[in-house]
Design a protein around this ligand. Structure first.
Ligand code: FES
Length: 120
């Protein structure tokens, strides 16, 4: 699986970009976040509290403090590892998506298996 997402040059530190990807045979929303360090992380857009999308369809995933925020009931996740650090699902992790950079293009590769250690 190879899903082109966005040009790296258009994804500044502290910004995100949404995309769609196959998850267990179903197309799902996902997003990539560029950390302030410049590293990339990507996650399936499903909150670990009640399986709702984190955003309200507006592709806003980060709050003013730089955490990934679920708009439904206020869960907050660390963008570095997707772990819930505040709200109703402490310790649970967003499901990661593997992303790579090809030239100037950010590409999603695959979704981590749901039962892998650390997927919480
Ligand atoms: S669905 Fe995200 S906090 Fe409840």
């Amino acid at each position: 699986m190879r899903v082109p997402i966005v040009r790296l040059s258009e994804l500044g530190p502290g910004t995100t970009a949404p995309f769609r990807i196959d998850v267990d045979g179903q197309e799902e929303g996902a997003f990539v976040v560029r950390l302030s360090s410049g590293e990339l992380r990507a996650y399936v857009n499903r909150c670990r509290h009640a399986s709702l999308p984190l955003d309200w369809g507006d592709a806003r995933f980060l709050d003013e403090s730089g955490l990934l925020a679920c708009r439904a009931h206020g869960a907050r996740y660390a963008p570095e590892d997707g772990a819930c650090v505040d709200g109703p699902c402490p310790g649970k992790k967003l499901r990661p998506v593997r992303v790579e950079v090809e030239g100037d293009l950010v590409v999603a590769r695959e979704v981590a298996h749901a039962s892998l250690p650390g997927s919480g």
